[in-house]
Structures are given as structure tokens and as C-alpha cells.
Design a protein around this ligand. Structure first.
Ligand SMILES: *Cc1c(COP(=O)(O)O)cnc(C)c1O
Length: 374
């Protein structure tokens, strides 16, 4: 007998998902081509903080050489990549977990530590995924009020709210500011060992290139604190956003818990190879960082000439705080129609746009178009 179909009524989903707005990724070039009929070669995407120089040529060659391995499952121990990361950061392999982007490590961390009765403390304006993963499990998000990280305010809220997790993003996305490393350590010394503090350093390579006082090293963090998780990624300075590789570094006890949430084979063979080889070409990364600093100066000069406020940045992007008579939604739409994709920050309650620092030509094009519009 056929099962009776319930044709009436609507499907109900997990109630934790009700208030989640889907993550707004930088508009892909393909969509702009379709929506505005612009020739792909006239489109410049400065919206996702990708490395405009791509990745090291050694990576491209190495990945090309292992295409025949696609039919085999990846090495799930990830030992080559872990060895390379351990050497770079002077830690051991049991301090490491690899994620499909550091995004996935954020997900592991929240699922491992928090629950629907937990509070998670984050900065007023910061990486959107902390809140999205927190909502998956129904945890409550507590935000500071100040835009740059204010660790005194974090500490006050920590005492008042007793969060089970704290996220610090340094340098911060989408504002570009960074926490002074000494202040960070002083703050961490005041936090109890049952509060997991995640220090998201997706742009740390750029910060170190600009100002050593912002340098946070995972080996120092884990030597002193057993409740801190450091996050890094290959998506930004290493130019491998499309390969989806990030990592967490922490005390082995934390890593062991995160591993319980990791799906098997979460990193593909090609991605493991790309990340491992990327670490062997530091020269390439240093070239990208030096170029970024040089191009950032041009943004600072442009902003000054246009009388737009720019937040001092330690990353590969700049955040331009527009004036009251300029609307970030209108301006980013006008730029889009001309083939220039930037990130509108109106959804963060800021009248600002975030622009990834591109190649010299891409940046010149941005200056030209924005000057025309405003
Ligand atoms: C880009 C980014 C990440 C993670 O990127 P993945 O591509 O998932 O590694 C994490 N945190 C911040 C602040 C970022 O900007």
C-alpha cells in the first residue's frame, strides 16, 4: 500500500536556522558578466581579499604533476602538510588541525565548545562566520560596541557575561585594524582556562610585513595558554582561496576535541599538495606582501586627496569610510555597473566599502572609477 502523502502543511526546519542570513560572499565575476553583460576581461574583482598575484608558480607546477592521483582518496593523516606547518611555526603535529579553509576550523571550534546555552563574545564589526556558526547551535552572540577591538571592553563583557568562547580577529576583517601583540597577551592572562579564545589571524602575514608589534606567534600562544586556538589560512597571502585550506594551532587537548568533528578526507589531494608546496616558496609570499604595502600607500594617498576616511590597515584590503553625502550601497552598485566589484559594508551597519588591494593596474582603475562616481 502506498504511503499517505502529507500534502498540506509546510516543512519545518531546525529553529536555530530561522534567524540566519546566508553568508554574502564577494560577487563572483561570472554573475557580473551575466547580470550586466560586461566582458569578463573588463571586470575587476576586489571584493574577497584574494591575492592579486595568484599563488606561487611552484604550486601550479606541483598540482599539475599529481592530477593522476585524483581517483584515490587523499592522505587523511595530512602528514606532509602538517610537517611543513610544524616546521614553519615551530610546533608539533599534534598541535595542528587542518580545515577546508580556516572557516571549517571555526565551525569545529564552536561545535566543540559551545551549545544552545552558551554565549560567544565577538567584536562589534568582525568576520561574519563567527555569528553564523554560533547560530547553528543556538548560542547567543554578545558584541562589543567599539569598532576597533577594544580589549578593555572585551574584558568587561567577559566578566559580566561569562561567555564560553571569545573570538579575536587580528588583523580584523572587514576593518583592517590589528591588536597590539603585547596587549593581546595581557588580555589572555586574565581569561580563565575554561573559556576558549580563538585568535583568527587570517591576515597575519600582512600585519607582520608592516608592523612587528602586531606579530602573534602560535608557538608563544600555545606555550603559555591551554585555552587558545590560533587560526591561519592559505586563502589570503598564499593565494590559494580556491583550494580551501586553513588550520588551527592549539594545545593537543583542544585539537583532539576538534578532530572529533572533522569529516574524513576534508582536504583534497590537490589542496594538500598546493598548501605544502606553497609553504616552500616564502620568497613568493614576501614579494606579495611588499607589493601590498607599496600599493596600500597609493590607497592612502587617494583617500586623502578625495577626503575620504581610511582605516589604518594591516591586511591586503582597505576600508574606506564614506562621507555622509555618499552612500556605500549606491556607490558599490555604481562601481559594479562599471565592472568593479568591491564589498559594501552596509550589512555591518557601516557606511563604508572594503576594497581588496589588487595589482597596480586594478588599483588605478578603482581610483579612476571611484573618482568619477563621487
Ligand atoms: C578569509 C578569512 C578566513 C578564512 O578563510 P578560509 O578561506 O576559509 O580559510 C577566516 N577569517 C577571516 C577573518 C577571514 O577574512
Amino acid at each position: 500500500m502506498a504511503r499517505k502523502l502529507h500534502k498540506r502543511g509546510v516543512m519545518k526546519f531546525n529553529k536555530h536556522l530561522e534567524n540566519i542570513t546566508t553568508y554574502e560572499a564577494g560577487k563572483p565575476i561570472e554573475l557580473v558578466v551575466r547580470e550586466f553583460g560586461i566582458n569578463p576581461k573588463d571586470i575587476v574583482k576586489l571584493a574577497s581579499n584574494e591575492n592579486p598575484h595568484g599563488c606561487s608558480p611552484k604550486v601550479r607546477e606541483a598540482v599539475g604533476n599529481i592530477l593522476s592521483k585524483m581517483s584515490l582518496y587523499p592522505d587523511d593523516s595530512m602528514v606532509k602538510l602538517k610537517d611543513a606547518l610544524s616546521r614553519k611555526y615551530e610546533v608539533t603535529n599534534d598541535n595542528l588541525v587542518i580545515g577546508s579553509g580556516s572557516d571549517q576550523v571555526i565551525e569545529f571550534a564552536i561545535h566543540a565548545k559551545a551549545s544552545s546555552s552558551s554565549k560567544i563574545l565577538i567584536n562589534s564589526v568582525t568576520f561574519a562566520m563567527y555569528e553564523i556558526y554560533a547560530k547553528h547551535i543556538g548560542a547567543e552572540i554578545i558584541r562589543t560596541a567599539s569598532v576597533p577591538h577594544d580589549l578593555e571592553e572585551f574584558y568587561k563583557l567577559y566578566l559580566e557575561q561569562k561567555p564560553s568562547m571569545i573570538f579575536l580577529c587580528t588583523p580584523n576583517n572587514p576593518t583592517g585594524d590589528a591588536i597590539d601583540a603585547k596587549e593581546l597577551y595581557q588580555f589572555l592572562r586574565k581569561i580563565d582556562s575554561d573559556t576558549l579564545v580563538v585568535v583568527d589571524c587570517a591576515y597575519m602575514e600582512y600585519a607582520i610585513g608592516k608592523d612587528e608589534s602586531k606579530k602573534v606567534e602560535p608557538k608563544d600562544l600555545i606555550a603559555e595558554f591551554d585555552n587558545v586556538l590560533y587560526l591561519g589560512t592559505f586563502s589570503k597571502a598564499y593565494g590559494l582561496g580556491g583550494m580551501r585550506v586553513g588550520y588551527g594551532i592549539a594545545n593537543p587537548k583542544i585539537i583532539k576535541e576538534l578532530y572529533k568533528l572533522r569529516p574524513p578526507f576534508n582536504i583534497t589531494t590537490l589542496s594538500l599538495e598546493a598548501a605544502t608546496v606553497a609553504l616552500s616558496d616564502e620568497e613568493f609570499v614576501q614579494m606579495c606582501i611588499a607589493d601590498n604595502i607599496k600599493e596600500m600607500k597609493r590607497y592612502e594617498e587617494f583617500a586623502k586627496a578625495q577626503k575620504i576616511d581610511i582605516i589604518e590597515s594591516y591586511t591586503n584590503f582597505v576600508t574606506l569610510r564614506l562621507n555622509n553625502n555618499q552612500n556605500s550601497t549606491e556607490i558599490s552598485n555604481s562601481l559594479l555597473q562599471k565592472g568593479m566589484i568591491v564589498r559594501n559594508l552596509s550589512s555591518y551597519n557601516m557606511n563604508a566599502i572594503r576594497v581588496t588591494i589588487g595589482t597596480t593596474e586594478q588599483n588605478s582603475r578603482f581610483f579612476e572609477l571611484l573618482a568619477q562616481i563621487i
